[in-house]
Design a protein around this ligand. Structure first.
Ligand code: HEM
Length: 503
């Protein structure tokens, strides 16, 4: 069973269930797929759909996998492969631009690509297809081999290429139909398939022919129109026979799978759920994926799953334990910014209420963990939540002050500093400042003691981190403070630049 915390999983869980990143403040990724192609997309051009772009992006990233060799898959290698002809179009850069704001050293870009697929399919299906999300994908450090299927290739090439990705003939048909139920072919990028010249009247129009007549809706109409011979799909019935890859693929098993998909929308949706889950879980064999389940959590405010709040009579108490293990303080937590916002992504999971949790921790002590008591004054029932027995761990050994744009000028208070030999400020920065994304490197500053604070057990430490620039590449990635001793190490990890007083 999952025991809180696991930073990598907690970060993805928060993005999935609250659609917000603690370091962006409240902000919704899911709103981008509201209605599948909403106002934000229309501003970019007629025929644009973020949902469709996110799905295409994930498929292209995954499709160079070689499952028998255990290499490739959803690993974000596409960020190094965007100039390849097989990756033509805005979908890839745009997906990256949208999700880059959520990329940090606790969540990989490939996990964000998987999340994007889950949200796109959920949004475009009106909540009918909720693909289960796992976390733990690892980003590639550079480009992988090429090999994304292209429309002019023959059926044999496509069958072999899908087999390499781990999909047999009927799975190939299903996956292509599931992908091609949203979005379409953009004439600006594929003039040989959609040959009408794009309008030059200044209107942003990618000259798109959609795969079916319900392009904003994740449904089986793409299959129905194909079987009914009324399809406008340019990859099935376009004027250029060479690029009718959907026609060749949908008929690869004599038309069996596509007919079943056309006959039943439920079958279509169920099949797509399984196919997309397999698509996003195709990862290099050394990557282990883990389940993401909604958790109780704490980030300065405490977040309670609404399921365990029984009504207006419910009160939440936080029981703190001191570092010696003794029970120390009981604090009532009160509602702060209400519930998670009305989620524009259908079926977004459990809702939460945020409670302010503001205990006055005596400076002589420090807390190691807490448990949560949910008291229902109507039924008189009290439930205790203790994170599998150990309590929810918490660090109060280090507290922080001071921040200033490109420079962190930091003071930290360290409890019982005698036990530590060194205190470090660690600021993650991109290892390659000109790459679209790159792994984080730790820039480490040794902090100097300013002496003990009278009447407390805290010692102040100070340190200055200066960005090595350029300004455009500066990132206010959350920073760490670590106090290292021979017996133990304490840390305050992933501290946001927000909410720290500026000096
Ligand atoms: C042989 C296999 C495939 C070929 C040759 C192919 C080809 C294409 C082409 C040429 C486009 C037009 C792109 C544009 O104009 O921006 C397209 C769009 C798209 N493809 Fe595929 N595709 C294949 C398989 C798949 C699969 C397996 C998926 C997902 C599971 C997928 C998802 C999409 C989506 C969502 C779009 C719409 C993108 C948008 O509207 O921006 N494709 N595909």
């Amino acid at each position: 069973n999952y025991i809180w915390p696991d930073p990598k999983i907690d970060e993805l869980e928060k993005l999935l269930y609250e659609q917000e990143n603690p370091f962006d403040g409240p902000g919704s990724l899911a709103s981008f797929v509201d209605g599948c192609s909403g106002p934000a997309e229309r501003a970019l051009g007629i025929g644009r759909s973020f949902g469709a772009e996110w799905i295409r992006n994930a498929y292209h990233d995954m499709s160079t996998a070689d499952v028998s060799a255990g290499t490739g898959g959803l690993d974000a290698s596409i960020v190094f492969e965007m100039d390849r002809l097989e990756n033509i179009g805005d979908a890839f850069q745009e997906t990256l631009n949208i999700f880059k704001g959520n990329y940090n050293n606790r969540v990989s870009m490939s996990d964000l690509f998987a999340l994007a697929t889950v949200m796109a399919v959920g949004g475009c299906s009106g909540g009918k297809v909720i693909v289960p999300l796992k976390g733990g994908r690892v980003d590639a450090a550079g480009p992988g081999p090429s090999g994304v299927p292209e429309p002019q290739q023959d059926l044999q090439t496509h069958t072999a290429s899908f087999a390499k990705q781990g999909f047999d003939t009927s799975e190939m048909i299903a996956l292509v139909a599931c992908g091609h139920t949203v979005g379409g072919v953009h004439g600006v990028d594929f003039p040989k398939i959609v040959p009408n010249p794009a309008p030059t009247d200044g209107a942003k129009n990618d000259n798109t022919v959609t795969f079916d007549t319900t392009t904003d809706s994740f449904d089986n109409i793409v299959a129905k129109e194909f079987i009914g011979n009324v399809s406008q799909n340019p990859l099935a019935f376009g004027q250029n026979e060479t690029t009718r890859s959907d026609f060749r693929i949908f008929n690869a098993d004599g038309g069996d799978m596509i007919s079943q998909m056309a006959t039943s929308n439920d079958f279509f949706l169920d099949t797509c759920n399984t196919m997309f889950e397999r698509m996003i879980n195709t990862v290099p064999s050394n990557v282990k994926l883990v389940d993401i389940k909604p958790q109780e959590n704490l980030t300065g405010v405490i977040r309670i799953v609404d399921e365990i709040i029984n009504g207006p009579g419910t009160r939440i108490f936080v029981h703190l334990k001191s570092r010696s293990g003794d029970p120390m303080l009981v604090a009532e937590a009160t509602t702060s910014r209400g519930q998670t916002g009305g989620c524009s992504y259908p079926n977004c999971g459990p809702s939460f209420t945020y409670y302010t949790f503001d205990p006055k921790i005596p400076t002589k002590h420090g807390i190691s963990s807490f448990t949560v008591e949910v008291a229902d004054s109507q039924t008189g029932r009290n439930e205790s939540h203790d994170n599998g027995g150990a309590g929810f761990p918490l660090q109060s050994s280090i507290t922080i002050d001071g921040i200033n744009q490109m420079q962190l000028n930091l003071t930290a208070a360290v409890l019982y500093a005698e036990s530590f030999t060194d205190v470090f400020l660690i600021v993650p920065q991109p290892s390659n400042k000109s790459a679209p994304i790159s792994p984080w490197t730790r820039e480490e500053i040794s902090m100097q003691s300013l002496g003990k604070v009278d009447g407390t057990n805290y010692t102040l430490y100070t340190g200055v981190w200066q960005s090595s620039g350029p300004t455009s590449a500066a990132t206010t990635h959350p920073f760490d403070i670590v106090a290292v001793g021979s017996e133990k190490t304490v840390s305050s990890l992933f501290n946001s630049w927000d909410g720290i007083p500026r000096v």
